[in-house]
Design a protein around this ligand. Structure first.
Ligand code: UT7
Length: 331
């Protein structure tokens, strides 16, 4: 029997217009452009202003995706949104995105695996397609990180930005699409990266607000150590598992949290920097959106059959790698 795979058949990104530069951050906290650039690689990030939420950015990306792939909203069977900043705890941002884009025949849900969320969502979508349960699935990675960032804390406020990316997945019988994946989680890593309040353990109160517990809490150095090891390990592991050499890999698409983590991963895989998609300098860490934003920006350079490795590490801890073969040539 011919194997049905899931292929990415379209990709679209969205970043809100306001740009927060390192220079502006210098006027907000005790930091410098030199420190931020040398420690993280980030120069600027986009910030969603006004009375808007994550679903508004997700909807922008999905609208563009439907348009460019000539897909009617009625054809979509499933929409998954990877996010840690849904508009509200419930309903899911995915439901709001579907509503805002006229998607009526699909079921939809959110997936929370922090910075690895997009990859967890891709593989979930892949299983729905491989099983024959769904024909057209949209995976959205969207985060309004500015909503949970403390702009008086120099250790975190320099890192994050807002954006969304959306991809269409469809079945194929060709030797392209999602080929393999490896994932891991380790809940014991939660103390190093989490948001303390606003969930069922510590609902919002005057105390949680006074203590600034509704913002990202990160022990940067500890997370850095885990991230470097895990992202590099899991990327090397998927290559070994599938007998891929560094010459076979056309592109590494790493989660964009820190340029030093990206460099370490590329070194471990033995691939050169010009095979790595890097746009952290313009977006910062947009959590669920980093990987689709890269694929969107590089779309015109991708060729059918290109071997691409996606790799991520994030809060939870969560990590993973996906090997895919790009499914179409530039239009
Ligand atoms: O995407 C989810 C996963 N998250 C990550 O992968 C993030 C992983 N962590 C990191 O990327 C890095 O740890 C950071 C970028 C967050 C921090 O870089 P670092 O090289 O680990 O710096 P550090 O935390 O060790 O701090 C070094 C120094 C400290 O000063 P002292 O104690 O040496 O005097 C900090 O107080 O740099 C200071 N510092 C800053 N200085 C200027 C921390 N933040 C800043 C800042 N500007 N924004």
């Amino acid at each position: 029997m011919t194997k049905i795979r899931a292929k990415i058949s379209g990709i679209q990104g969205y970043a809100p217009p306001y740009i927060l530069t390192n220079q502006e951050l210098e006027s907000m906290v005790d930091t410098s452009d030199e420190w931020i650039t040398s420690r993280t690689g980030i120069r600027e990030r986009h910030i969603l202003k006004g009375d808007l939420g994550t679903s508004d950015m997700g909807a922008e990306a999905v609208k563009g995706l439907l348009e460019k792939t000539h897909t009617s909203p009625d054809e979509i069977d499933l929409l998954i949104c990877a996010t840690v900043t849904p508009d509200m705890i419930f309903p899911a941002a995915a439901n709001l995105i579907s509503h805002k884009t006229g998607i009526k025949n699909a079921f939809s849900f959110d997936m929370n695996a922090a910075c690895s969320g997009l990859m967890f969502a891709i593989i979930t979508a892949t299983r729905y397609i491989e099983s024959g349960a769904c024909k057209k699935v949209i995976v959205v990675g969207a985060d309004k990180m500015s909503a949970i960032t403390d702009y008086t804390n120099r250790e975190t406020c320099i890192l994050f930005g807002d954006a969304a990316g959306a991809m269409l997945l469809e079945p194929t019988t060709e030797e392209v699409g999602i080929m393999d994946s490896i994932f891991g989680t380790d809940g014991s890593g939660f103390p190093y990266l989490h948001m303390k309040a606003g969930g069922s353990l510590r609902p919002a109160s005057y105390e949680t607000i006074d203590n600034k517990e509704h913002y990202i809490f990160q022990e940067g150095q500890s997370v850095f150590k885990f991230a470097v090891t895990k992202m590099a390990d899991v990327s090397a592991e998927i290559m070994k598992k599938n007998n891929l050499t560094s010459e076979d890999v056309s592109w590494l698409v790493p989660h964009q949290a820190n340029l030093r983590i990206i460099d370490a991963t590329a070194r471990r895989m033995g691939i050169s920097k010009d095979q790595v998609m890097i746009n952290i300098q313009r977006y910062g860490n947009t959590t669920g959106a980093t990987i689709p934003l890269c694929l969107w920006e590089w779309e015109n350079q991708l060729k059918k059959g290109d071997n691409i490795i996606l790799a991520a590490f994030g809060g939870g801890f969560t990590w993973g790698s996906v090997w895919l073969k790009w499914a179409y040539d530039p239009s």
